[in-house]
Design a protein around this ligand. Sequence first.
Ligand code: ADP
Length: 445
Amino acid sequence: MKRYVFKSIYLKFVAVFVGVLWLSSTAAFFIGFHIVEDDLKESLRHQLTGKAKLMIEYNTKYSLEISDLMRLFSESGIEAISFKDISEIDRRGLSRLSDFRQEIEGLKAGEIFEGEPDTKKGFPFTAFKLGDEIIVLRLSPNTSIMLIVRSIIYTVLLICAGIGSLLIVIAARMVVRPIKRLTEATREVSKGNFDIQLMPTSRDEIGKLTSDFITMTQELKKIEYLRKDFISSVSHEFKTPITAIQGFAKLIKEKKLKQEQFDEYTDIIISETERLSNLSSSLLRLTQLENQTIYKSSTTFSIDEQLRRALVLLDNRWSSKEIDLDIDLEKIHYTGDEELLLQVWLNLLSNAIKFSERGGHIAVTARENNGIIRVEVADEGVGISEEDKKRVFEKFYKSDKSRSSEGNGLGLAIAKRIVEHSGGRISFESTLGVGTRFIVELKSI
Ligand code: ADP
């Protein structure tokens, strides 16, 4: 049952604070009253003794009648009672005076007796001899000042606790409001709606939580956008060659083609299937790299030899474009995944060839300095615009639309993943119309 009552943090907050307030008020009432009570008794004792002295003085100096004096001094909550004998006081149960033998003797001799209350709840009284009578001055039971004090403290505390409770109800609402808003926003995000209207209203922990939540939602939105974008890019990349293959296959099936047309169309079909095959293996590699499911085989091999091998593999491409190669490679040994790293050089070199003009110049250098291996592939090709620089490492990003048929926009994304996978760094410098230099840095140890 308790579980259900406090399901809301607001109720829990209010219950705890109001409970604490009322508990502390009750405690304050008893403690406060206890402190005031002692002071009151002390001042009452002084007052009673002072009055007793005055009564004796008035009686002796001005010969005022005892009955008149008693009337005169019975005011402001103080009562004067006269007794013929000490034993009468005892009988009337005012105080067990008989317990104070010595003091009674003094009373007879005209001294003022300051009687202490015999119970914690009682009040001090004063007894003295006036003429033949014993006068007792005490607090009038009808107008007990203690009752007044008690009710004042009680009322003040009651008002305090009441106002406090009301303010707590309002304050708790203010504290809980951002949490409620955050809960609603979480629910929206879980439904897939990332466009939430939420603003941090404070700089405290809840404000920090809100702004972190907003950042998280924005990141999720980006990921969601990238995911959708990735799916549409993949579909598009697959659809284009498939449509081409389908179209040319239909034309071949009609059997009305001349021999050269037939050869041309079958060549297109072969190159498009190659493109599809490359695309699916690139995608597979990228997914493996991103999910870290790729097996990292580590061998020690020569980077310079690997770069030469890559150039040999691309021989067809650079020689057909009459590219002039400038190769400057130091002897460097590296321990890592040989197959994956070869892919990096192939991607960088084939881009350099692809984006170079016929008869262009490509420089490949490899150096090792202070445990850092630095491989550079520089071309004097088209270059990359400032706008495209931010996006070249994105999956499927192809800035040069005219050459889009030559690539799938995955080469640099794969190269970046592999280099980072090997604990290295990839960067580039490029000027539009001047050329591009890709730099790969790897730790040699
Ligand atoms: P692609 O298969 O299109 O080459 P990449 O991921 O390898 O895909 O490259 C992405 C884009 O970066 C390219 O489309 C091109 O616009 C740009 N790019 C990469 N390398 C170079 C380069 N050497 N010179 C100019 N542009 C380049």
